[in-house]
Write a protein that binds this ligand. Structure first.
Ligand SMILES: Nc1ncnc2c1ncn2[C@@H]1O[C@H](COP(=O)(O)OP(=O)(O)OP(=O)(O)O)[C@@H](O)[C@H]1O
Length: 336
């Protein structure tokens, strides 16, 4: 059994907007095992990015992480530590790679200087040593002629190369956990595959854990050990990829799996799209949030929210799955 590296419990992140309180993340539990990859999947707006940003405590006003949220990592609750303590973790023990490298890289500095800045923020090294380490990192992420590329500016590189630079920056301090939020969405399909392959190699070589946020269950199948399925600000199912792909217990997971394009399908064959839309984070429905789109829903589903309880594939929040536990006991159920 692999040890837990990160445990998120009852994470709630709300945004106070003019129209009301957006309950973007509303009681999320996650578990990331040491050296393993957790895929976080779900439709747009389900709260994946807000969850990732909350783990790093990068939520800015009007957003707030609510009391009672816990982010346990290396013996600390990151939801409760001081900003100063957090700075020692961020970019050092936990790093993040975002979707669009051009918005994260500074256009007026060379990529080398940006990597060096990251290294020197957390490590006492001379400028020369840091530059050598930057070249080493560029080589590690597969950038050709790193001695020359270290002095290049972001706009002189292709999208794929820039994403490699972002990964190099994230790895500068050999983090125990890398959070990658849709790291390949902005890239061409062939480059996407290369970046995912690079992430997989680096995870094994550096023995780090990865949280991979994606829309794409095909990517989860290839890359991840565990998966958490998010819907409307909650995790509705989680467990090992093998078990959940073989035997999904939540109707939403089932529907997502049915919507994966299969090899050999022609472009004009319709995919199984899930009818209906995700409800608004301003007004989550009172019962199961998926009930309005669920073909199995019965009356009770619309009234009472189901708890996340143990199933044969992991944990699922569905009244069809022997869900006798009330929501107030959710914590106990997820710890079981
Ligand atoms: N700064 C903000 N102010 C108000 N609401 C926000 C803010 N950031 C996110 N939200 C809301 O939080 C909800 C969750 O957003 P989030 O970006 O986490 O979804 P996601 O699952 O990552 O979607 P996508 O796959 O499109 O990135 C959305 O309803 C979004 O509108």
């Amino acid at each position: 059994m692999t040890m837990s590296l990160l445990r998120v419990e009852n994470l709630r992140t709300y945004f106070d907007t003019r129209s009301g309180v957006m309950k973007a993340v509303d009681g999320v539990d996650l578990d990331v095992r040491e050296g393993k990859t957790l895929g976080v999947v779900g439709e747009s707006g389900s709260g994946k990015s807000v969850t990732a940003l909350s783990i790093m405590r990068l939520i800015e006003r009007p957003g707030r992480i609510l009391p009672g949220s816990h982010i346990y990592f290396e013996g600390k609750d990151l939801a409760a530590v001081s900003e100063r303590e957090l700075e020692a973790v961020r970019g050092n023990r936990i790093s993040m790679v975002f979707q669009e490298p051009m918005t994260s890289l500074n256009p007026v500095h060379t990529v080398g200087n940006q990597i060096i800045e990251g290294i020197r923020l957390h490590r006492r090294t001379s400028a020369r040593q840091a530059r050598e380490r930057a070249i080493e990192l560029l080589e590690l992420v597969g950038i050709p002629s790193p001695e020359r590329r270290v002095d290049a500016f972001p706009h002189q590189m292709s999208g794929g190369m820039r994403q490699r630079v972002m990964i190099a920056m994230a790895l500068a301090c050999e983090p125990k956990l890398l959070i990658a939020d849709e790291p390949t969405t902005a890239l061409d399909v062939t480059i996407q595959a290369q970046i995912l392959e690079l992430l997989r190699q680096l995870r094994d070589r550096l023995a780090m854990a990865v949280i991979l946020i994606t829309h794409d269950l095909g990517v989860v199948a290839e890359m991840c050990d565990d998966v958490a399925v998010m819907y409307a600000g909650e995790v509705v199912e989680r467990g090992s990829v093998d078990a959940i792909f073989r035997s999904p217990q939540h109707p939403y997971t089932e529907a997502l799996l049915r919507s994966i394009p299969l090899l050999g399908m022609t472009q004009d064959e319709p995919l199984n799209v899930i009818p209906g839309v995700v409800p608004s984070a301003l007004h989550w429905p009172g019962g199961c949030r998926f009930a309005a789109r669920c073909s199995y829903a019965f009356q009770h589903c619309h009234r009472q929210p189901p708890a996340l309880v143990a199933t044969r594939s992991g944990f699922a929040a569905c009244w069809l799955r022997g869900n006798a536990t009330e929501r107030s006991q959710r914590g106990a159920a997820t710890d079981a």
